[in-house]
Design a binder for this molecule. Structure first.
Ligand code: GCO
Length: 264
């Protein structure tokens, strides 16, 4: 098979939440495959500038835009600015997200709504405003970053699971409505990865750390770079007839009910 299928040269990829973590890892992979990366964050310009240095040090063509993906007015303004200053967006990766670990019966409604807003409504806002241009150009790629929680529940992450479960179905509905325009909309479902988001539950001795290593057939936490191949595949010509699919990169978690802790 020709490697040209996976070549992203000449493409512009906007990755929300790409100043660190999984978003940065997937953006770097797409950058190394040739894409020009639009880096997004909302915390501070300093964080974006620091990330841009990291991208550039790895030979990746990247520019940064600070905006809040949950604010439709900011999104509309930013997308127009990107189109004016960089060019049309070929690949949109909806990665930005938050998590709040609280038992549902103790969770404030405002906290629940904030998780839904950022993890589910924002991908809708971003996609709604990027897809218009993709329709006009009759091509585009949208990749929604889902989760194990798109398929499974877990104590204390009910709002996040509701959002990520919804994001899986939103991905399927986007494909239903937009595939006829030669736009492919898919998801990536990361398993458990070593990032700042999972740092609190990954410390040595933390029961969840042992649990995940035992629950994952690959017997380890994922390395963010393990997501690069899935990102390149779904961003490239190689996936032109793949639509509404969530590609799980989870070391085998969803393939098994797990095993007793005393079994190898
Ligand atoms: C948690 C973790 C998960 C992972 C990931 C799994 O608290 O259970 O943070 O949410 O980050 O989403 O796919």
């Amino acid at each position: 098979m020709s490697v040209a299928l996976f070549d992203l040269t000449g493409k512009v990829a906007l990755v929300t939440g790409s100043t660190h973590g999984l978003g940065m890892a997937m953006a770097k992979a797409m950058g190394k495959a040739g894409a020009r990366i639009i880096v997004n964050g909302n915390s501070s310009q300093e964080k974006i500038d620091k990330a841009l240095i990291e991208y550039k040090n790895e030979g990746i063509d990247a520019v940064g835009y600070k905006f809040n993906v949950a604010d439709e007015n900011e999104v509309i303004k930013a997308i127009q600015q990107i189109k004016d200053e960089v060019g049309p967006i070929d690949i949109l990766m909806n990665n930005a997200g938050i998590i709040k670990r609280t038992p549902l019966d103790e969770m404030e409604v405002s906290d629940f709504k904030q998780v839904i807003d950022i993890d589910l409504v924002s991908p809708f806002i971003m996609s709604k405003h990027v897809v218009k241009d993709m329709m006009a150009r009759k091509k585009g790629k949208i990749i929604n970053i889902c989760s194990m929680m798109s398929e499974l529940g877990r104590n204390t992450v009910g709002a996040y699971a509701a959002a990520k479960g919804g994001l899986k179905m939103l991905t399927q509905n986007m494909a239903t409505e937009w595939a006829k325009h030669n736009i492919q909309i898919n998801g990536i479902g990361p398993g458990y990865f070593a990032t700042s988001q999972t740092a609190p539950i990954r410390v040595d001795g933390h029961p969840f750390n042992e649990f995940i290593i035992n629950r994952t057939p690959a017997s380890k936490w994922g390395d963010p770079d393990d997501l690069g191949g899935a990102a390149i595949f779904l961003a490239s010509e190689a996936s032109n007839f793949v639509n509404g699919h969530v590609l799980y990169v989870d070391g085998g978690i969803l393939a098994t009910i797990g095993k007793p802790s005393n079994e190898d």
